[in-house]
Design a protein around this ligand. Sequence first.
Ligand code: ATP
Ligand code: MG
Length: 257
Amino acid sequence: MTSHLPLLEIKNLSKSYGAVKAVNDVSIHIDRGEIAGLIGPNGSGKSTFFDCSTGLAKPDTGTVVLDGQDITGWSLNRIAREGRMLRSFQKTVTFRSLDVEENLVIAGQMFTFPSITSTFGLGKMSRQRVGGLRERARDLIKMAGLWDVRHQPAGNLSGGQQKLIQFASMLMPEPKLILLDEPMAGINPKIIERVVDTIRYANKSLGVSFLVIEHNIDVVTSICQRVIVLDQGAKLVEGLPGDIIQDQRVREAYLGG
Ligand SMILES: Nc1ncnc2c1ncn2[C@@H]1O[C@H](COP(=O)(O)OP(=O)(O)OP(=O)(O)O)[C@@H](O)[C@H]1O
Ligand SMILES: [Mg+2]
């Protein structure tokens, strides 16, 4: 029985780059169905913590257990495909010449289809699955407020809309857990609202859990049930958003006194 265990449990994670201890002995967990926040000053190790949790970088020490399975040392791809834990990057990645709907369908195919389909072509079953993916894509496109632009090439759309495409694409392979690195950076308030709504929808209706790095403290307090604070690579404190923003240590380290 794994259902009583946390969805993600990371213990004693450390990572140094030369003399810099980017992450220093950090342990956290994410519960099933939770939206947790990860905050801290610039350079406090948040992105490095994501890198080491998702297989992009190798931690020096520590273990990563996802849904009861030790995935420490797995590659980014294997963690995405087999573990169904995805992460976003600060830079937006879309297929610019393909339209919005095709971007989502392809995102679903990349994870759903084994590579043999490229050898044997798409059979009858696979065509049905493409149909299912298209339906899922359309639901997500509506949810993300992209319905009116669904047949436009992704490259023609605004940066904010491309973020929404990227985010909706991540929901296509039915992930268990998504790690978002500053999803609101550089987008306007209207799109921020859309991303917030889409995160809530994914959480409530699709059952996706989240760990979100975010500097916008209003967004953090509105969507996160729990907040973890990093400072100089180490965990400073964790707790309810309301308590965290009142915490004197957090105010001194991060929120400016
Ligand atoms: N690939 C790398 N090579 C060398 N040093 C790195 C590398 N990645 C991160 N660092 C260093 O590790 C420390 C933590 O950086 P990291 O990017 O994880 O912080 P962050 O909390 O994500 O910051 P920000 O809020 O600015 O995104 C910094 O001192 C950074 O310079
Ligand atoms: Mg970062």
